[in-house]
Design a protein around this ligand. Structure first.
Ligand SMILES: [Mg+2]
Length: 189
């Protein structure tokens, strides 16, 4: 089968990584429980920043956010490797900007993810992911972002939300930990 994955906050814990970088940069010590209760994908509210200030902060730190020590979620690397070992195809579909596509691909490879040159897509808008997903005829797609998931609900694809505080309102199947994937596949058979 063909499995498609968003990257940020689906496979890797990017917002939490950025949250620590914001604390460091702003010389603050905002607690992690504030982070976990955020109902927005953006994290600036936790630091009392406006959306504009948050945007500048994110863009100013983008290099560090994307390419330093962001942690993959538990079990994700071994789960994706096992999918490939079993003969499935693993695709990545990320809205990261075009200029970050190739380096992001390298970062994934360096961090142990199985990446094929022709199964890596980037630089599209959130609402455009659906077109790539349909063209590739993916069987499964996993994402965290409401704007993307909303385009997949009721489409002939098994779409799952990587569960997070900001996507709880969506009526869509969800995965909390990557160790659950095998049960999901079994159940869908
Ligand atoms: Mg994401």
């Amino acid at each position: 089968m063909k499995f498609g994955f968003d990257i940020d906050d689906t496979l890797i814990n990017l917002r939490e990584h950025a949250f620590h970088l914001y604390n460091k940069k702003l010389n603050k010590n905002v607690e992690l429980d504030v982070f976990h209760s955020l109902k927005t994908l953006e994290i600036h509210e936790a630091f009392g920043l406006t959306s504009k200030e948050g945007g500048s902060m994110w863009n100013g730190l983008l290099e560090e956010i994307y390419y330093t020590s962001c942690l993959p979620f538990p079990y994700v690397v071994e789960t994706l490797q096992e999918l490939e070992r079993q003969g499935h195809e693993v695709y990545y579909v990320t809205a990261r900007p075009k200029e970050h596509g190739e380096r992001t691909k390298q970062w994934l490879i360096e961090n142990g993810f199985p990446v094929h040159e022709n199964r890596f897509y980037y630089g599209m808008k959130d609402e455009e992911k659906i077109h790539i997903i349909q063209e590739l005829r993916l069987d499964y797609f996993f994402d965290d972002k409401p704007a993307v998931l909303e385009t997949l609900i009721d489409k002939p694809i098994k779409a799952y939300a990587k569960s997070n505080s900001y996507n709880q309102h969506l009526n869509i199947p969800r995965i909390t930990c990557w160790s659950e994937l095998w049960d999901i596949i079994k159940k869908d058979k």
